[in-house]
Design a binder for this molecule. Structure first.
Ligand code: SR1
Ligand code: MG
Length: 406
C-alpha cells in the first residue's frame, strides 16, 4: 500500500526513509539513507537516519496509538504534541540543554530533531563509571530556568491557568500515579516484580508499613493537585544525554503542571542507583572511591546549585506582590526541597519493586548482590519519604545513606 502521510499510521523503517525526504525534506530524494531504530523506552519509536555520504543525520521520535512495551494498550497520541511544545518552550528558556527541533508533524505524530548521538545516555554512562563534572551545573540551570518562569509567581496568572489547561496530560499522569505512587505500596493491580528472595522483605518493609503507605499517599495528592510549575515529569537519568561538557534533556512527554520538586527529586533519586550499583559490585580501591565520591559530590552540588540559582532567579523575576514578603522565598523553596526528598524516595522504591525497572538494578548479574542492592534501596527510599521534612541539602541525603551503609 502506498502511504502519503496524510493520516497517522505506525511508520516502519522504509516509511521513515520516505518521510524524511518527502515530508521533512531533510535529505534530497536520491540520498541513500541508513535507518536504525534506537529507542529503548517503553512508549515510542525513535529512528536515527543517516546519509553516510554527506554525514548528515536526523532523529525522528514517532508515537503510535499502541504502547511499545505493551501492544494492545492504547495511549493518547496527544503526548507527542505536548512533547513538541515543551521542547519548544525549553528551546526558548535553555536552548543549550535540549536537542534542536526541526519539524513537528501533528498528523503523523512525529517529532524531527537534532541527532545528539555524540552524547551518551546518562544512565548508561554512569554504569560505565564515567563522570561528568559539569552535569550538576547544567541540570540545575535547566531545572531552575524551566520551572520557576512557568509559575504564577513570575508569569501572568491568567496565562498560567491557560497553560495548566493546555498541558493537562491525563493518560501519562495516570501512568505515574499508578507506577510511582500506588502500585509499589499496594500491588493493587499485581504489577510489581519482586525477586522471590525479597518478597517477604517487601511485604514487611513496604506493604505492611502503614506510615510509609500514608506518606506515599500524601505525596500522590501533591502530584495530582499542586499545579505549581510546568514540570518535565520523567526527569530520570535515561531522559538525560551527556558528553563531557554538554547536557541535553529529552523526552518531556510526561510534562504537566505539577510540583517542581518532582523534577528535582527524580534527578537526585536516580543518582543513588549508580551509587548502589558501584558500592555493591565494584572491587574496593581508588577507582571505586573516586566514582562514589563523584556521585556524592554531584548529589550535594545538584541541591546547592539548585537553591542558589533558584534564589537568584526568584529575586530577579518574581512579580507577585505577596511572594515578595520577607520569608516567602524561604518557605516556598523549603516546600520544593521537601517534595524533592519525598520524590527521590518514591523513585528509588518504584524502580526497585515496580514494573518499570532500571538497568542499574537489573544489570546486576550476581543474584546475592542484586538482593542486597534492592534491600538497601528500599531502606533508603523509605527514609527519604518519611524524613523528607528535614532533608534540606545534599549532606542530609548522604547522612542517611551513610547511616544505612558503610
Ligand atoms: C509504561 S511507561 C513506564 C515508565 O517509562 C517512562 O519513562 C516513565 O518513567 C514510566 O513510568
Ligand atoms: Mg521516556
Amino acid at each position: 500500500m502506498v502511504r502519503d502521510f496524510s493520516t497517522h499510521f505506525k511508520m516502519e523503517e522504509k516509511d521513515v526513509v520516505k518521510y524524511v525526504k518527502e515530508i521533512v525534506e531533510f535529505f534530497p530524494p536520491e540520498a541513500r539513507l541508513r535507518v536504525d531504530e534506537i529507542g529503548d523506552g517503553n512508549i515510542n519509536y525513535v529512528y536515527r537516519i543517516v546519509d553516510e555520504e554527506s554525514g548528515k543525520s536526523i532523529v525522528i521520535k514517532h508515537a503510535d496509538v499502541e504502547l511499545r512495551s505493551n501492544p494492545g494498550r492504547l495511549l493518547d497520541l496527544n503526548r507527542n504534541r505536548i512533547e513538541a511544545e515543551i521542547l519548544d518552550y525549553y528551546s526558548k528558556q535553555v536552548p543549550e540543554y535540549v536537542p534542536e527541533i526541526y519539524f513537528y508533524d501533528q498528523t503523523m505524530y512525529a517529532l524531527s530533531m537534532e541527532d545528539i548521538s555524540d552524547h551518551g545516555n546518562l544512565r548508561n554512562e554512569l554504569l560505565q563509571r564515567k563522570t561528568f563534572p559539569f552535569f550538576a551545573d547544567h541540570i540545575t540551570t535547566f531545572m531552575v530556568h524551566t520551572l520557576l518562569p512557568s509559575t504564577d509567581l513570575v508569569m501572568d496568572p491568567w496565562q498560567k491557568k491557560k497553560n495548566v489547561e493546555r498541558y493537562i496530560n491525563i493518560e501519562l499522569c495516570d501512568i505515574s500515579e499508578k507506577l510511582v505512587f500506588t502500585e509499589p505500596y499496594t500491588n493493587h493491580d499485581c504489577t510489581n516484580i519482586i525477586l522471590d528472595e525479597n518478597k517477604s522483605f517487601v511485604d514487611k518493609e513496604i506493604y505492611e508499613d502503614s506510615e510509609l503507605v500514608l506518606e506515599a499517599g500524601k505525596l500522590k495528592n501533591s502530584f495530582m493537585n499542586n499545579a505549581q510549575a510546568l514540570i518535565h515529569g520523567d526527569l530520570h537519568t535515561g531522559s538525560i544525554f551527556v558528553k563531557e561538557n554538554s547536557t541535553k534533556v529529552i523526552d518531556p512527554e510526561f510534562a504537566f503542571y505539577g510540583p517542581m520538586g518532582y523534577d528535582l527529586g527524580n534527578v537526585v533519586g536516580n543518582l543513588f542507583f549508580p551509587w548502589m550499583n558501584a558500592y555493591f559490585t565494584m572491587e574496593n580501591g581508588t577507582e571505586k572511591d573516586n566514582f562514589l565520591n563523584y556521585i556524592e559530590n554531584t548529589v550535594k552540588l545538584v541541591l546547592s546549585l539548585f537553591c542558589q540559582k533558584f534564589r537568584k532567579l526568584y529575586s530577579e523575576t518574581v512579580s507577585d506582590v505577596m511572594a515578595k514578603q520577607a520569608g516567602y522565598l524561604d518557605w516556598y523553596l523549603g516546600t520544593v526541597l521537601e517534595n524533592a526528598a519525598g520524590t527521590a524516595g518514591l523513585e528509588i522504591i518504584r524502580r526497585t519493586v515496580g514494573d518499570a525497572k532500571v538497568a542499574d538494578i537489573t544489570g546486576i548479574e550476581q543474584r546475592d548482590k542484586r538482593i542486597e542492592v534492592e534491600r538497601a534501596l528500599i531502606r533508603l527510599g523509605k527514609r527519604f519519604i518519611k524524613e523528607r521534612k528535614s532533608i534540606n541539602d545534599g549532606d542530609d541525603y548522604l547522612k542517611i545513606l551513610k547511616e544505612l551503609i558503610g
